[in-house]
Ligand binder design. Structure first.
Ligand code: MV4
Length: 503
């Protein structure tokens, strides 16, 4: 086994990895920027090293500083978490070059999957169904016009270096092609310093369904079923679940087989994700993520497999130790972002004045904050994840609603109230949604109707502080705090004169 792992990350994912290390007797090393001196990952690890200023470019993204900390600590491996350098092939190569183990796939696999046209060629060769379109990047407008004509409108121009929706342009008619091509190139150049573009057939309202895979160095490759990730906003996932409400045994069998073929075709090692779009009864490879993902806990909850344990085993050259994957029940994850859901998801900073966490049967909290944490604007707004597991989807939704009701984050706005609304929304409850879900349900993001509720919450909060009573009858007839969760007080953007209550 590995002896000591440096976790090249922060926040909830650093905490997640450090916990796994502790459980299997591997020492852990945290790194931290000046903004994170008091962060939970720092005191949960066995050792911690400062790596620079708050600015990520000078700390969590600095390969030199991370390798320096690894060398000083005597770590024999580096776990990158997600984000930052997790899918940076140069980082993986530098780690291995320094004689350390990178907990993840090879630099070659990361580079292959980072180039979308190379990935499409490799996946097609492996027998994976890719979206109809070009497998080469297109040099000029004439080449693009020919390709779009071949593929058939509507098409989607995509950046070869892309992912996450940047450099993407839908084109419905040829007359719009020239300006769209220019715009896509400029956006790709700005985002990735690489303006290369290719073309795909545009799929109408796809669902986003991805498969978790594990591959060890003995040649074992398995999948651990799917995650449904269609509830997202501007390419940021908000809610994930497993199984997908639209999955059938036949579809799972086909998609799972292709996910395993994709991993083999990429000479994959470790934990990875094969993303598909599902539309019109068909599924298509979208991309492969060569890292542990934010939403990995829903897979862990239904399979009972600890994916970080498996990552560490595989990195140490040991085989996957899973007898068989027999998923049980249903799991849902809500991302707890420090953002104001009723003000265009504006990032919200501030101090976590109060933090009361949900508990009870089937509830998991993966967090990187504690009471007193100062949430700044230097890093990703995801501060925690609330995950529930129950025997079926309806029970999981009820459990999530209950857990959100128990959650209190005071001092910083979070999107917990948005999640609470979704749990009551009929289309979500029916499993009737795709990646355009939020466009179809603008009410979920509206402040409308919240002011009156806030008044009730304020009264209840005051009463709670004064005796922790759960149900309170008030003069206006409202009688439960259960309806609303995660409210900060005063609410973000609130301009009222207050009601004689302090937050
Ligand atoms: C598509 C598509 C429709 N047709 N490709 C968005 C993120 C990027 N990685 C790929 N994306 C899409 N690619 C074709 N040919 C629709 C999307 C898309 C999407 C995909 C997955 C999850 C959420 C999405 C939200 C909007 C658009």
């Amino acid at each position: 086994m590995l002896k000591k792992v440096l976790v090249a990350n922060r926040g909830e994912i650093a905490v997640r990895v450090i916990r796994a290390c502790r459980e299997i007797g591997v020492e852990s090393v945290a790194v931290f920027s000046e903004a994170d001196r008091l962060a939970p990952h720092v005191w949960l690890a066995d050792e911690a090293y400062p790596i620079g200023p708050a600015r990520a470019a000078e700390s969590y993204l600095s390969i030199v500083r991370l390798l320096n900390a690894a060398q000083r600590s005597g770590a024999d491996a580096i776990h990158p978490g997600y984000g930052f350098l997790a899918e940076n092939a140069d980082f993986a190569a530098a780690v291995e070059g320094a004689g350390l183990t990178f907990v993840g796939p090879s630099a070659e696999t990361i580079a292959l999957m980072g180039d979308k046209t190379e990935a499409r060629r490799a996946m097609e060769a492996a027998g994976v169904s890719v979206v109809p379109g070009t497998k080469e990047t297109l040099a000029d407008l004439d080449a693009v016009r020919d390709a779009c004509h071949q593929v058939g409108y509507p098409v989607l121009l995509k950046a070869a270096a892309g992912g996450g929706g940047k450099g993407m342009r839908k084109v419905e008619v040829e007359t719009d092609l020239e300006s769209a091509f220019g715009a896509a190139q400029r956006e790709a150049q700005a985002a990735f310093s690489d303006s290369r573009i290719y073309v795909e057939k545009f799929l109408e309202n796809p669902r986003h369904i991805e498969f978790q895979i594990l591959a060890d160095t003995q040649g074992n490759v398995i999948h651990l079923n799917e995650r449904e990730c269609s509830i997202q906003r501007r390419h940021q996932k908000l809610i994930e679940e497993s199984p997908s409400p639209v999955m059938t045994p036949e579809l799972r069998e086909q998609m799972g087989r292709q996910a395993v073929a994709a991993a083999r075709g990429a000479k994959y090692r470790g934990a990875g994700t094969v993303e598909f779009m599902v539309a019109g009864g068909k599924f298509y490879f979208l991309e492969m993520n060569t890292r542990l993902q934010v939403e990995h806990p829903v897979t862990e909850m239904i399979t009972g497999v600890d994916l970080v344990h498996q990552q560490l085993r595989i990195a140490a050259g040991e085989p996957i130790d899973i007898e068989s994957v027999e998923p049980q029940g249903h799991a849902i994850e809500c991302r707890i972002n420090a953002e104001d859901p009723f003000n265009d998801f504006l990032p919200a900073g501030g101090r976590v004045d109060q933090l009361r966490l949900p508990g009870g049967t089937g509830v998991r909290w993966d967090g990187g904050i504690v009471q007193g944490t100062e949430i700044g604007l230097h890093y990703d707004p995801l501060v925690a994840k609330l995950i529930v597991h129950a025997q079926d989807r309806q029970a999981a939704i009820a459990r999530m609603a209950r857990a959100l009701d128990e959650l209190l984050v005071d001092g910083v706005a979070t999107i917990a109230p948005f999640h609470r609304r979704v749990m009551d929304e009929p289309d979500f409850r029916a499993g009737n949604f795709h990646t355009g879900y939020l466009d179809l349900h603008p009410d979920l993001l509206s402040w409308e109707g919240e002011e009156e509720k806030l008044r009730a919450v304020a009264l209840v909060a005051a009463l709670l502080e004064n005796g922790e009573r759960r149900r309170v009858r008030m003069d206006d007839g409202l009688e439960s705090v259960g309806e609303r969760s995660g409210w900060r007080w005063p609410p973000a953007g609130w301009r009222g004169r207050g009601w004689g209550l302090r937050g």
